[in-house]
Structures are given as C-alpha cells and as structure tokens.
Write a protein that binds this ligand. Structure first.
Ligand SMILES: Cc1ncc(COP(=O)(O)O)c(C=O)c1O
Length: 307
C-alpha cells in the first residue's frame, strides 16, 4: 500500500489490517468483499457524513460528542440515518467483536444518502435508505510524528463562509481539504495551513491548529473550521487547568512568531508542528512544554472516558 511518507495520519504498520471485516448495512464482510454501489450518493456526490473515532479498553472515546456532531450534521442536510445512537453503538460493537478489536482501534463510520435510482444529483433519487459503513483498523500513530513533527505550508485554498459549504460539516465531500493538501505537498510540506476568508489563520486540511505564545494557547474562533472534538477537549482542559486559552482571530504574523504549535485530531491527539512556510516554530524535537502538558492532560482524559 502506498501512503504519503509523512502525514498527520501516519500509523504504525499492522498486517492485521489486511484481513479486517467491514460493516455494510448490517452485514459484516471481509475487506475485499466490502463494496457499495456505483450509484451510491457518497460515491457519486460526496453526499454523506462521517465520524472518526477511537476505541480503547472496549469503549469509544467521546462517543456522545461524536454522535452530537454526526446527528446535527445529518439533520442539517435531511439525511435519515436509519439508526439511532443506540443502533450505531450496536453496529460499532458488532464490528469490533467480529474483528476481535478492543484497544488502539480507529474507526471511520460513514453514512451516505444511499443508492440512487438514476445517476443525478437530486436527493429524492436516493431511495434505498442510507448506506452505513464502518471501517475499523488497528491503529497507533507513527512515533515519528512525535519526534519529527509536521511541516505546514500556508495554501491559497481557504475555508469558505458558512453559506457556501459550512466547514462544520464532516462531510464525505472533502475536496476543499484535498485541494489544500495537494497545494501543501506541492510546496514541499506535509499539510496545508488554511486561512479564513478574512486572512486569519484558521485550521489545516485535516486537523485543527493551535499556537502557544508566552504560555497562552491560541486557536481560531471556530467560525470557519470543522469543530473538532479534540479541539474542544483541548480548550476545556486548558480552562480547567488554568492554562490561558483564547479562541480568536490572529494572523500569520503571530503564527510565525509562536513559541509552539500543534495540531489536534482524533487520530493523532496532539501532533507537533515544526515549521510553517519553512520558518522554524520553537526549538523542540517534538512537542514544546505547554503542548506536552496538554497532551498529558488529554491522554488522562481519554483514559478516564474509556475506563
Ligand atoms: C478537516 C478536519 N479538521 C479537523 C478534524 C479533527 O476533528 P476531531 O478532533 O473531531 O477528530 C478533522 C477530523 O475528521 C477534519 O476532517
């Protein structure tokens, strides 16, 4: 399998993932038999929503928060999920059991508007009910992510205004992010740092973005980015631990001059950023001191949540 040499989703190789079983609409089938129709709304239009979640000790971390986002997103686009929260939990549990997975697992839960009767856009053409797919893999972030960190490049692609396609949707359609990622790669970086329509620093193509300046933690207002569950947990942990934290507008001027920078996401928790547009951030191999403290607090919170 060819994957980019360095990305925020680099995982340790695990041969077991070649033989996983995948959930599709109630069936759990071997990976090479897991297929959806070419008429599926997700394939044809990116018309679907998804969640990335982690399983530790047989429990899904921050399950309620992920379901809040998923159900809010589906409601906003009139996507009937077919399953309620308990039904989704049952489907996740059945998939985990079929794979004999309990710990260090990452799942991608996807719900699309389902199979269309004709290859056109109108949502009413999706008449099969939703397509629900769960892919679970054994997953530990690559250790190199924590030693060498991520190189960011600011990209021309921005996160748009909420009345175009609200960035808060974790939709199947990720073309906006994919374009940003390609632009970053062309600039010789690992991930794209995206601005908002006003030019303030916003988020990256796959994670949320934080800086640390003089022991203060700053992140964007949240108006133009995916409101990550990990992002919210970091903000709450800072507040509870007397670490000054601000959701505010700031520009590249402050990002370039930051003492530390890190990314947040369910997959990698907190991942250090080493350079932005070739400018070195801090002088650390891996996370700086404030980011390291946040990572420790976060891992304790995950342990508590999945105990
Ligand atoms: C564009 C984008 N930003 C941020 C995140 C991180 O969100 P979370 O912390 O909920 O995993 C994701 C994860 O899906 C994402 O796709």
């Amino acid at each position: 399998m060819t994957v980019p040499s360095h990305s925020t989703h680099d995982a340790l190789e695990d041969e077991r993932n070649q033989n996983i079983k995948i959930y599709i609409n109630g069936d759990i089938v071997p990976r090479d038999q897991a297929k959806v129709s070419v008429y599926d709304s997700g394939f044809m239009l990116g018309d679907g929503m998804w969640e990335g979640m982690r399983l530790y000790n047989g429990k899904w971390a921050f399950f309620d928060e992920h379901m809040d986002r998923l159900f809010n997103s589906c409601k906003a686009v009139a996507l009937e999920t077919g399953l309620d929260r308990a039904g989704i939990l049952d489907a996740l549990s059945a998939t985990a059991a079929a794979n004999d997975m309990t710990h260090d697992v990452h799942c991608r839960l996807m719900i699309t508007r389902g199979t269309k009767v004709k290859p056109f856009q109108h949502p009413a053409l999706s008449q099969s009910g939703p397509t629900i797919v769960i892919i679970m893999e054994h997953s530990k972030p690559a250790t190199s992510l924590h030693t060498s960190g991520i190189r960011l490049a600011t990209v021309p692609q921005v996160r748009g205004l909420p009345m175009s396609q609200d960035a808060k949707f974790n939709s199947h359609s990720k073309l906006n992010c994919v374009i940003a990622c390609l632009q970053a790669e062309q600039a010789g970086a690992d991930e794209g740092l995206m601005l908002d329509p006003h030019g303030f620093v916003n988020t990256t193509n796959a994670c949320n973005f934080f800086i640390v300046r003089k022991d203060e933690v700053w992140t964007s207002t949240g108006d133009y980015c995916m409101n990550g569950v990990t992002r919210q947990k970091v903000i709450e942990l800072c507040r509870a631990s007397d670490i000054p934290v601000y959701e505010k507008n700031y520009s590249l001027y402050e990002a370039y001059g930051a003492d530390e920078a890190f990314l947040t996401g369910t997959f990698g928790a907190q991942t250090p950023v080493t350079t932005i547009d070739g400018k070195r951030i801090g002088d650390y191999d891996g996370l700086g001191p404030v980011s390291k403290r946040i990572r420790q607090l976060y891992s304790e919170l995950v342990a508590e949540n999945t105990a």
